[in-house]
Design a binder for this molecule. Structure first.
Ligand SMILES: [Zn+2]
Length: 72
């Protein structure tokens, strides 16, 4: 079972710039969030929640960049 939902982040995927992500519909904090466009791992769901709270800006970009580089 891999039901997933769309999730729009205020900052884009570091790989392709798309803001549309996919996350499992269960949404556990350590669920992996993937880019809906290039399919790459972007961040964990709890990272995505932080970014959604912060909104767009350099802090959110840095957070996503860090998670992305960690590679899941
Ligand atoms: Zn992407």
């Amino acid at each position: 079972m891999s039901l997933s939902e769309d999730l729009r982040l205020p900052v884009g995927c570091p790989s392709c710039g798309s803001q549309l992500m996919r996350v499992s519909s269960i949404k556990k904090p350590d669920d992996r969030v993937h880019c809906a466009s290039c399919q790459r791992f972007v961040c964990l769901y709890h990272d995505a929640c932080k970014v959604l709270k912060k909104g767009p800006g350099s802090e959110s970009e840095a957070l996503i960049e860090k998670a992305f580089n960690r590679g899941g």
